[in-house]
Design a protein around this ligand. Structure first.
Ligand code: ATR
Length: 277
């Protein structure tokens, strides 16, 4: 019998995940399909119960349901509990287990440029303090990265992430002018805000004038492929990476949890870049 997987969100029609996972199921000759499910905000519990009843074997969860699904799961991995969001559910013989592959997916993408050992001793600056920042901050901390500062326009949001984190890490909250001034201290700078995303492609979250060559500068945005933040950093000699990697690796880690196969991420990146045109 064909196995069924999916993604639930609201809205969901623009999700690239069905293309990505169905291509992998075909490529690895697995009898399985991945569907997009539009689930309204009040229907999350019913949808999760339905997943169990129908024997759907795995589900990705996207905006705005990543927190709401948690109360309906049987078990949740520690990092996902600390992040406060689940983006991947595994149906293990009727037991629903929740994971968060967003933060680890981001790190696996970053590992194309810097090893985990190097990251553990790097000075990291996160820009923004929303859901993406929280997933990346907690996952980096859980992996033993020792120095992570956060710059955000609203101080309380950055402070809340630093306070909530259960793992040991040295952190300061910086104002935007402070971060601009201290930019040359960081080995890795990550934009997690939506600033610069299409159609606001002229916007930049902060000035990168003081960025030094060889700094790794990364953006969770992939539309456009190169935000102004990445372009200006690259002009100053930084090594840049856009958000396609994070999207691909969060999907790859989910696929691995469901099938035991860690898929060909280069193939996935090509497909996603092709869909984005
Ligand atoms: P996500 O969950 O996708 O990470 P989010 O929760 O909307 O998105 O978080 C966006 C982050 O980007 C927030 O930290 C937000 O700053 P505030 O905490 O001050 O709200 C930041 N952000 C969004 N738009 C911004 C802008 N125009 N300038 C500066 N920061 C911005």
């Amino acid at each position: 019998m064909e196995k069924v997987y999916g993604v639930m969100g609201n809205p969901i029609s623009h999700s690239m995940s069905p293309f990505m996972h169905n291509d992998l199921f075909d490529y690895y000759k697995l009898k399985a399909r991945y569907h997009a499910f539009h689930v309204k905000n009040g229907d999350v519990g019913t949808a999760i119960k339905g997943m169990k009843a129908l024997g759907i074997l795995g589900m990705n969860v996207t905006i705005p349901h990543k927190l709401a699904v948690m109360e309906y799961l049987d078990e949740i991995e520690e990092v996902a509990v600390n992040i406060g969001a689940v983006n991947t559910i595994v149906n293990d013989n009727g037991k629903l287990v929740g994971y968060n592959t967003d933060g680890y997916g981001y790190i696996r993408a970053l590992n194309e440029l810097i090893s985990t050992e190097e990251l553990q001793n790097a000075n990291v600056l996160l820009i923004g303090a929303g859901g993406a920042a929280r997933a990346i901050y907690i996952s980096l901390s859980a992996l033993g990265v020792k120095n992570i500062d956060i710059v955000n326009r609203t101080r309380e949001n950055a402070e809340a992430i630093i306070k909530d984190c259960r793992y040991v890490v040295n952190s300061s909250h910086l104002s935007i002018p402070e971060a601009e001034e201290k930019m040359d201290r960081y080995n890795v700078v990550i934009n997690t805000t939506s600033v610069g995303m299409h159609p606001h492609t002229e916007e930049i979250p902060l000035s990168v004038k003081k960025i030094t060559p060889e700094t790794i500068v990364s953006d969770v945005i992939y539309n456009p492929f190169q935000t102004r933040f990445l372009q200006e950093s690259s002009q100053l000699g930084a090594i840049i990476q856009n958000g396609i990697g994070m999207f691909v690796y969060q999907g790859a880690l989910a696929f691995e949890k469901w099938t035991g196969i860690f898929p060909d991420t280069k193939r996935m990146e090509k497909l996603v870049a092709h869909i984005l045109g």
